[in-house]
Design a protein around this ligand. Structure first.
Ligand SMILES: Nc1ncnc2c1ncn2[C@@H]1O[C@H](COP(=O)(O)OP(=O)(O)O)[C@@H](O)[C@H]1O
Ligand SMILES: [Mg+2]
Length: 239
């Protein structure tokens, strides 16, 4: 191997205690190593624990047990202030629901991600413009999110996530609101961009078709990670 693992996950669990007293094992004893520059895709049905896992990787949630190390930093050990810094400097997120700021144009949405870095204005403008061009939005940079199609909004979200050249990119159902053709374009774009910038990527999805654009494929079910598609899922009708 020889490559450093940018993400190291050991014995990771996240249990939720429901009002009823029942315990939900959303993430259950996950071991995961992601080498530098790898694009990993985890496929799992709704409720299998994908979002919980990504939130733990990105420092948006705390584990019940186990640990997460990202780029040498133990995420679970950070205090709130360090977590904010960690998320800003090391992690880019892309969500199913795009999460763009509705009152800002495409350009401003991307630029807003660069503002806290202290980058000078002229450089921010140049970077935001070229990122939006690289995702195919030249000529649409001054539009508001409502003036863009779903696929175009996701392109803005991708440009924003790549803006700070984060070490790690976490994609939570990035194609969830898109038709298959657009979804494939978006995955291709993420894959190409991450190879250009050298990002380590974890994408989670229930859409099997995204596997064309990945380096490695794992499966998730009931909070656990599998190398092969779990049997019970095979028995489900494939449509
Ligand atoms: N805040 C929460 N409180 C209680 N249970 C939760 C919470 N968030 C998620 N869960 C449960 O944890 C499991 C995994 O959820 P999630 O990670 O969102 O799955 P996925 O993203 O694969 O759909 C599900 O059973 C879900 O109902
Ligand atoms: Mg989810």
């Amino acid at each position: 191997m020889g490559k450093t693992n940018v993400i190291e996950v050991n014995g990771l669990s996240r249990f939720y205690r429901l009002k009823s007293g029942e315990e939900v094992q959303a993430v259950d004893g996950v071991e995961l190593m992601v080498p530098e520059g790898e694009f990993l895709t985890v496929i799992g049905a709704s409720g299998s624990g994908k979002t919980t896992l990504l939130n733990l990787l990105g420092g948006l949630d705390k584990p019940t047990t186990g640990k997460v190390v990202v780029d040498g930093v133990e995420v679970s050990g950070l205090n709130e202030a360090d977590l904010v810094k960690f998320r800003r400097e090391k992690v880019g997120f892309v969500f199913q629901a795009f999460n763009l700021i509705p009152t800002l144009t495409a350009f401003e949405n991307v630029e807003a991600a660069l503002t806290p870095t202290g980058m000078p204005k002229a450089k921010r403008v140049e970077r935001s413009t070229s990122l939006l061009e690289s995702v195919g939005l030249k000529g649409k940079v001054d539009r508001l999110p409502v003036e863009l199609s779903a696929g175009e909004q996701q392109r803005v979200a991708i440009a924003r996530a790549f803006a700070n050249e984060p070490k790690v990119l976490l994609l939570d159902e990035p194609t969830g609101n898109l038709d298959t053709v657009t979804g494939k374009e978006i995955m291709k774009l993420c894959h190409e961009n991450s190879k250009k910038q050298g990002q380590t990527v974890v994408a989670v999805t229930h859409a099997g078709y995204v596997k064309e654009y990945t380096d490695r494929l794992l499966y998730m079910r009931d909070g656990k990670i599998f190398n092969k598609r779990p049997e019970a899922e095979l028995e489900e009708p494939v449509s």
